[in-house]
Design a protein. Sequence first.
Length: 254
Amino acid sequence: MRKFLLSLFVLIVFIPFSTFHAENKHVYDYANLLSDSEVNELEQLAAEYSDRHEIHYIFLTGEEEHLNGRDVVKYTGDFYDEEAPGYDKAHGDTVMFTLDMVERDVFLSAFGDRPKKYLDDKRLTQIREHITVDLTAGRYLDANAKLFEKVDRYLEVRPGINPDGIYLKWWFQVLVACLIGAVVVGSMVFNLGGRVTVNHQTYFDPKHSRIRAKHDRFLRKTVTKTRIPKNNSSGGGGGVTGGGRSFTGSRGKF
């Protein structure tokens, strides 16, 4: 009887504990891109940002045997449908960072109402382009860290506004404040000196002027041509998983 109670106690305590950690896993590095220490570090970092924003962050990688002929978007969608990630519920708010090591494709995606609202296709493309250099160099942990930082900032900026726009840069705001101050001070100094009433007509006598006529003469016309550079970066975009769940996204090469 004692052994039975002990076994029951172990089941009650450890099975929920194991299930909890399985559900809150963040790193699915099937392609073995990270060392054990890097996986642990990334798990801790992802858990920190997940708790801060109540969004489940997932880093998913795959080789040919994991993809089974699927592209990176299909691979991501199937994972979301089958594993049902989410911060506080199945198929909940989730941000996924997926790498296809066969085609060297990267796909960033957002699931759930709030992530899709603040991380639309355009914003995800900005993040993807920001981390592509690290991916190309094999700095996968650094790429994840930069992803977290960007998402952290973008979630605080109202949708419809470019989070990387010049108007939100601190140095631009300081410059504008200085210019406004300079204009105000300059206007005050100018008004202190009295108003100037003399202009170009003050000493001009048209009756005694030797200028009889004036005209404009067209001399030449210059046309300058500039080639518009092509944008070779991929965009991808959002869509719907096989299970009917919508997402925003951005796909590209690295």
